[in-house]
Design a protein around this ligand. Structure first.
Ligand SMILES: Nc1ncnc2c1ncn2[C@@H]1O[C@H](COP(=O)(O)OP(=O)(O)OP(=O)(O)O)[C@@H](O)[C@H]1O
Ligand SMILES: [Mg+2]
Length: 242
């Protein structure tokens, strides 16, 4: 009962106005690297939002702060209305279950199969085995990986590993999806498949933040695009205007 009440609150907050709110956030690393400086912005619930900037600008650091993989040195980060750095235990676990992350360096389990890697996200939230199997098949079909179902992820090309990472991040239909450089190793046809999948998840209600170097995926969109430069916000514009 208590668990249910808790889940209801998380659910309510997840449908509030802003999915992400950052106020004056900085992150430094020793000895004196300022990866992010004084970042304030918000992402609305249901938005697809692009994060761009040169290598080293701070994109990955920003995504890691949003999912609580790293802590800010200063500032406030709210996700779904919760201060993500003060959440603990069950509350944090529940919120994390609703965030899908596709890491730039994949973080796949290389001694498990493609299907097992994708299923993991769904197993932690106690989905039925039959539903999991179906979802894994659908995602592999959409990403043209059907024949890779039973391969170990360590046996795949980088472009294939990248798509498995993406499939894992969306598998459990999270409310927030963070994707770091999702098309870096892909040709244009496969890039389109990846973007179709993300667009579909977005239309189904997920808020999506995409960090990328690949102008082809945002230059013709009407989505908001934030450019980081040396850890600071250089510009924040709606697409089609740059
Ligand atoms: N754990 C760490 N320790 C020290 N410095 C770090 C750490 N993580 C990131 N940095 C530094 O912070 C800065 C921002 O790095 P980040 O990975 O966020 O950039 P990025 O925009 O994602 O770059 P890329 O486009 O190459 O992925 C870089 O100067 C990087 O060297
Ligand atoms: Mg990066």
């Amino acid at each position: 009962m208590e668990m249910e009440a808790q889940e209801n609150t998380v659910q309510q907050k997840l449908s509030g106005n802003n999915m992400i709110e950052m106020i004056k956030v900085s992150r430094s690393y020793p000895p004196d690297i300022q990866a992010l400086k004084d970042i304030s912005f918000s992402v609305e619930t249901g938005e697809m939002f692009f994060l761009i900037g040169r290598s080293g600008a701070g994109k990955t650091t920003l995504l890691k702060l949003i999912c609580n993989m790293e802590m800010p040195t200063n500032g406030l980060i709210e996700v779904a209305g919760y201060n993500i750095n003060s959440l603990k235990g069950k509350d944090l676990a529940l919120l994390r279950q609703r965030i899908g992350v596709a890491y730039q360096d994949f973080k796949l389990l290389n001694d498990r199969t493609v299907a097992e890697n994708i299923a993991i996200a769904m197993e932690v939230s106690y989905k039925k085995q039959r539903a999991i199997k179906q979802r894994v098949r659908d995602l592999l079909d959409q990403l043209q990986l059907t024949s890779k179902h039973d391969l170990l992820t360590g046996e795949l090309s980088r472009g294939e590993q990248q798509r498995v990472t993406l499939a894992r991040s969306v598998a459990n239909s999270p409310r927030l999806i963070l994707v770091d450089e999702p098309t870096g190793n892909l040709d244009s046809t496969t890039t389109e498949k990846v973007m179709d999948l993300l667009t579909r998840s977005n239309k189904a209600g997920a808020t999506i933040v995409i960090a990328t170097h690949d102008a082809s995926i945002y230059e013709n969109s009407n989505k908001r695009i934030m450019e980081l430069r040396d850890g600071m916000i250089h510009s924040l514009v709606r697409g089609n205007t740059i």
